[in-house]
Write a protein that binds this ligand. Sequence first.
Ligand code: AMP
Ligand code: MG
Length: 409
Amino acid sequence: MEHLRVSEAQHVISTSITRLGTETVGLEQALGRVLAEEIRANRDLPPYDVSAMDGYAVRSSDLPATLNIIEDIKAGDRPRLVVQTGQCARIMTGAQMPQGADAVIRVEDTQSLTDKTVQIAKAVRAGNDVRPQGEQMRDGEVVLTADTEITPGVIGVLATTKTSQMCVYRRPRVAILSTGNELEAMGEAVDPYKIPDANSYALMAQVQALGITPVLLGIARDDPDELAAYLLRGLEYDVLLVSGGTSVGVHDYVRPTIEKLGVNMKFWRVAIRPGHPLAFGCTDTTLVFGLPGNPVSSMVCFEEFVVPALRQMMGYSRRYRRTVTARLAHAIKFRAGRTEFIRVQLRDDGTGYVANATGTQSSGVLLSMAKADGLLVIPSDSNGLAANEQVTVQLLDGTSYQSELGFKE
Ligand code: AMP
Ligand code: MG
């Protein structure tokens, strides 16, 4: 089988996904979910014309003038009197405009003469500093469409429409499995001949960053029967992430064992560095990602393939990490042929982002990932990057997403 390009592999994964079902959640739990229903306004807001300032409600045609103050209107008050020529009302921000008045003049632009009179030297237009009825939303209008990502701003709008419960896409249930005889579990004593299991936890955190709480299945030894037992448990989830053992070594049992369990393998070679080998397959109910054992490779593959998949399942239309343009601080050597992801730090030097590689880029050195703000993407046909070249960097900050992949492979 040929190596797939990154976007081809993403396409295969994407076409294997059906969006998850929906559930009802309360407003307090809704942050980070995607709406599965549209939300309509249930009243006009503001419910009447209100003042946008602390000042005086006036008849604009009167100004400039010295006016008699006929009443004080605070937020929540109902005005009692009609403002006639030569009159005004003292009014607070958010208070209802009295009849007769058509504008507000800020207190800063007036001079109080007595408690009952105010001098206004300025003229204002009708509508000045008045928020018209329905400016924010009109009764019955759709204010949030289905598919809206629920951000803090959206939570505010939902509260405004008194939506205490809403229908959202459910989150996938994700299981994580590490494989390898050499691995030492967190709870085990330090053995100098073993390798601590980093992948279970790095992947756990990557899943958590998407708002999902995964289940750690533990460590399966490189033994077909033990592996099969673990994988079977993993197939009870919507998504199973297995790291290690996906290569073609004689003890790399993950791929054949997964296939024996009835998983339809879609690909196991992608032209990506770090990240080789990456396997993907599915059953009717579970997506299975066979991630590389190298901790950096496993994390990079998670970013490129699992992040968009999980976001698609949760109903997001923006699935890809945001990309930015940066200037490369130094030349980078590499081998052409695969799309390469260099871990970089970004700083803004006043003219834009400057990207610096985070030390050694060996796929076994997890600190290169730990220090990274982003992944600099080197297209597979490129054969060298010089200092000061314009590059594309995918941000790893976990809050910004876009609808397009955003880089050339
Ligand atoms: P593999 O893909 O199983 O051949 O593993 C490739 C490399 O990644 C080996 O050096 C493994 O020891 C290492 N590795 C595999 N799984 C993990 C893990 N869970 N945590 C840390 N290193 C791992
Ligand atoms: Mg292994």
